[in-house]
Design a protein around this ligand. Structure first.
Ligand code: NAD
Length: 297
C-alpha cells in the first residue's frame, strides 16, 4: 500500500511494545489516523498520554480481542471516528513459557484465544468492511520467529505462531483480488513488556502450570528481550515493508543459520522418497491430467 499519509490504521495491542512502536511511526512520522486497541487500560493511558500535545491523530479503544462482539464494535467505532480502515495491524499477543508437561488447559486456551483466535476475531470484524469499502488496504499479522523455530518451553506460544503464519500465508493468496496486501512480521527479540503478559491473563482461564506475576521471573525474561529490537525502529521496518507490499517481514538475519538447517532438513526428508514407486505413479497421473505441481497454482 502506497501513500499511507491521511489513511486510517487500527492496531491491536497498541498500548505497548511492538504495536505502540507501530502507532508512533504511523501517527507521528507518516501522518496516519491511528486507532490503538488494548485490553489494558493502564497501557492505553500511558500510550495516549505520550501522544497528547503531539501532532498525531490517535484514538484509544479498550478492547479484549477474545471478545467477538467487542471486536465488531471496535471496527464500527474506528470507522465512525476516522473513516474506513485501510491498514489493520494484528499485533496484540501474549506469551507464558514453561515445560509442555506442566501446561494446564487454561494455559493452552489463553494463548490460543489471544494469539490465534483473537487475531481471527479481528480479521472477521474488519475484513468484510475493508472489502465492502473497496479501497484496498493492507493487513500486517505479527507472528514471531517462533513461527519457524521450536525452542524448549515454548510449545504453546510456538503452536499459536505457526498458526498465525499459516493464516497469513493463506490470506496473502486470497486477498490480492481485493487489492489488500498482507504481511507477516516475524520478530526475534524486541524490547517490549511481553515478559509481563500474565498480568493481562483473565481469571476465567483458571490455574496455570507456569509462572505467575513473579518479579524475579519478569526480571529474568526482561534480561533476554531488553537487548532486542527497538519497537519504533521495528515500526519503521514495518512501514517500509507495507509500502513495498512485502509479505515476509523478517528483520532478524541472526536466524539464517537455523533456518538453513531447518529448511535443509525438510528438503532432505522430501528427497528421501524420490525413489518411492507411488511418487512416480502420482507424477505420471499429474502429467497425464496436465495438473501443475502442488502449490504452483
Ligand atoms: N517482544 C518480543 O521479543 C517478541 C518476539 C516475537 C514476537 N512478538 C510478538 O509481538 C507482538 C506484540 O508483543 P510485545 O512484545 O509488543 O508485547 P507487549 O506486552 O509489550 O504488548 C502487547 C500488548 O497487547 C495487549 N494485549 C494482551 N492481550 C490482549 C487482548 N486479549 N486483547 C487486546 N490486547 C491485548 C497487552 O496489554 C499489551 O499492551 C505479540 O504478538 C508477540 O507475540 C514479540
Amino acid at each position: 500500500m502506497k501513500e499511507l499519509a491521511g489513511k486510517v490504521a487500527f492496531i491491536t495491542g497498541g498500548g505497548s511494545g511492538v504495536a505502540l512502536g507501530q502507532a508512533k511511526v504511523f501517527a507521528e512520522e507518516v501522518g496516519m489516523n491511528v486507532v490503538i486497541a488494548d485490553i489494558r487500560q493502564d497501557h492505553l493511558d500511558t500510550a495516549l498520554a505520550y501522544f497528547r500535545g503531539k501532532n498525531a491523530a490517535v484514538h484509544g479503544i479498550r478492547l479484549d480481542i477474545t471478545d467477538r462482539d467487542a471486536c465488531r464494535s471496535a471496527a464500527a467505532e474506528a470507522e465512525s471516528r476516522f473513516g474506513s480502515v485501510q491498514l489493520l495491524c494484528n499485533t496484540a499477543g501474549v506469551s507464558q513459557f514453561g515445560p509442555v508437561e506442566k501446561a494446564t488447559f487454561g494455559d493452552w486456551d489463553w494463548q490460543i484465544d489471544v494469539n490465534l483466535k483473537g487475531m481471527i476475531n479481528v480479521i472477521q470484524s474488519f475484513l468484510p468492511r475493508m472489502i465492502e469499502r473497496g479501497q484496498g488496504g493492507h493487513i500486517v499479522n505479527t507472528a514471531s520467529m517462533s513461527a519457524f523455530v521450536a525452542l524448549p518451553n515454548t510449545a504453546i506460544y510456538c503452536t499459536t505462531k505457526y498458526a498465525v503464519r499459516g493464516l497469513s500465508e493463506s490470506l496473502r493468496i486470497e486477498l490480492g483480488k481485493f487489492d489488500i496486501g498482507v504481511s507477516c512480521l516475524c520478530p526475534g527479540a524486541v524490547n517490549t513488556n511481553i515478559h509481563e503478559s500474565v498480568l493481562a491473563r483473565p481469571d476465567r482461564y483458571g490455574d496455570s502450570g507456569y509462572y505467575g506475576a513473579d518479579p524475579e521471573t519478569f526480571k529474568r525474561l526482561k534480561s533476554v528481550i531488553e537487548g532486542g529490537f527497538d519497537p519504533v525502529a521495528l515500526g519503521r521496518v514495518v512501514r517500509d515493508a507495507i509500502e513495498r507490499n512485502d509479505f515476509w517481514i523478517l528483520p532478524f538475519p541472526e536466524f539464517i543459520p537455523t533456518m538453513e538447517q531447518r529448511n535443509g532438513e525438510v528438503i532432505a526428508a522430501l528427497n528421501q522418497y524420490v525413489d518411492h514407486p507411488d511418487y512416480a505413479r502420482r507424477m505420471r497421473l499429474r502429467a497425464a491430467q496436465g495438473r501443475p505441481m502442488p502449490g504452483a497454482n
